[in-house]
Design a protein around this ligand. Structure first.
Ligand code: HEM
Length: 450
């Protein structure tokens, strides 16, 4: 068989970097158009990176039996100052697998269903603060909801002084990484200079210290009373044990709480804001989803989570503009042949979720929001994969889908909202994520629709 050559993006490196940061979708589309379904870029870091998105390549690479891809923790080094040395995201190999195994159970199965009522209650509490006929930003609303959900359901902190303090500190702290300018302070180690409270890095360090202190106080207190309070993820993590009988240390717990907050807060909030946009942008989608919700005779979170049309709306939301465009970097452990292309051992790979989700052969008219695609066809996990794949696949994916559906159901069943955008909302980079430009302007027209 003749070996085909993989194209390399020829634009100068600094232009690739700027384009991939400022206009990521145009960058990927342009590369795919010129170089095809497999190409090398050198947009980030010093390494050439292979961008893959063809479902057949993803299947070959991610299939655990093939054991081709390694997810190096060192490739995520830039997250260390943000999340700490013990974060799951900066681990690899055996330690990564052990930590994942320990952290997985609270995010799955029956355990997760316990959080359902709490998620609906928090959504109600936050949505109640909306004022009739006043414009609000959907992303602010969803961020407030998902932050409270993390603090209450994941951390298990009850409302009070520590809850309010942590919420305020964490909102400010996460805000520091959401603009391209401040994220660059984190991305480029030479810019990390502590020049006092007014310098971005100095401010970042002080905030992190304050958050660390509050989290440590909470962890120590909860170790004392863990048995009486185990409907939250922190209590379950405190009790969990590795195979050798060891439990997570205090600093491991702290770093991983911050990891869950960072990985789970803005991602889900962005997805909810997009979903609210699409639902209200297309009256027929709104009517269908509301009709399905109103058909339920009991508002059981489990029943809501199983609704087919609501599920399809959430899937299509994550398909059309995936909140995370590409997975964490991977490295090939051995040479591999991908549809006739030779990929050497030791190649850095970035699987691109966005390019798969915009394939015409899988999703005709990919720019159209059509939840029915997911009703009419079952997509494989190499065709629809907003949560990544393989050994570093999103730990919170079941939780995130559950949360999205419950938040949307609670809002749609209780409030009548209106889109206040005059033109179609376009996607824009927000730190490491892709979200709706401006956050989606909406207003409340009726308090209740019953
Ligand atoms: C719509 C919401 C979300 C999206 C789109 C999303 C997407 C992703 C993606 C693409 C990855 C990288 C996967 C890879 O490299 O293959 C990831 C990793 C991760 N996500 Fe999520 N995520 C979401 C919500 C959450 C939530 C709610 C949590 C937890 C509370 C969470 C926790 C994590 C963690 C801990 C990792 C790192 C896993 C590891 O390193 O082993 N995510 N997520």
């Amino acid at each position: 068989m003749t070996i085909k050559q993989i194209g390399k993006v020829k634009t100068p490196k600094f232009i690739q970097t700027i384009e991939s940061i400022l206009k990521p979708l145009e960058f990927f589309d342009g590369c795919a158009k010129t170089y095809g379904e497999l190409f090398f870029t050198n947009s980030i870091g010093t390494q050439e990176i292979l961008v893959v998105s063809h479902p057949q390549d993803l299947q070959e690479l991610f299939n655990p039996k093939n054991n081709i891809l390694y997810a190096p923790g060192a490739a995520n080094e830039i997250f260390k100052p943000l999340l700490g040395e013990n974060s799951l995201i900066v681990q690899d190999g055996e330690r990564h697998q052990k930590q994942r195994k320990l952290m997985m159970p609270p995010f799955h199965g029956e355990q997760m269903l316990m959080y359902g009522q709490e998620i609906c209650k928090i959504t109600q509490q936050v949505a109640q603060s909306l004022k009739r006929n006043q414009t609000f930003i959907a992303r602010h609303l969803s961020e407030d909801i998902t932050m409270r959900i993390i603090l209450k359901v994941v951390f298990g902190i009850n409302e009070g002084l520590r809850f309010d303090k942590l919420k305020k500190l964490m909102t400010t702290w996460l805000g520091l990484t959401s603009s391209a300018l401040s994220a660059s302070v984190l991305l480029f180690p030479p810019l990390r200079k502590d020049l006092g409270t007014w310098s971005p890095w100095g401010r970042f360090l002080r905030l992190r210290q304050e958050i660390d202190d509050l989290l440590m106080a909470e962890i120590l207190e909860r170790r004392q009373q863990v048995k009486s309070n185990n409907f939250n993820i922190l209590s379950l993590l405190i009790q969990a044990q590795y195979e050798d009988g060891e439990a997570m240390s205090d600093v491991e717990l702290r770093d991983n709480l911050l990891t869950l907050l960072n990985a789970g807060h803005e991602t889900t909030a962005t997805a909810i804001a997009w979903a609210l946009y699409w639902i209200h942008q297309q009256p027929e989608v709104y009517e269908k989803v509301l009709h399905e919700l109103q058909g339920l005779n009991t508002l059981d979170p489990l029943k809501i989570a199983q609704l087919p049309y609501l599920t399809a709306v959430c899937q299509e939301t994550l398909r059309i503009y995936p909140v995370v465009l590409s997975t964490f970097p991977r490295v090939t452990l051995r040479a591999v042949n991908l549809r006739g292309y030779h990929v050497a051992s030791g190649t850095y790979v970035t699987p691109c979720i966005y390019l798969t989700h915009w394939r015409e052969d899988l999703y005709p008219q990919p720019d159209k929001f059509q939840p029915e695609r997911f009703i009419n066809r079952k997509y494989s996990s190499y065709e629809f994969w907003p949560f990544g794949g393989g050994s570093r696949q999103c730990l919170g994916q079941v939780f995130a889908m559950f949360e999205m559906k419950l938040v949307l159901a609670t809002i749609l069943l209780n409030y009548r909202l209106k889109l206040e955008e005059k033109a179609p909302v376009t996607p824009a980079r927000r730190g490491f994520l892709l979200g709706p430009q401006g956050g989606v302007k909406m207003s409340l027209t009726l308090d209740t629709i019953h």
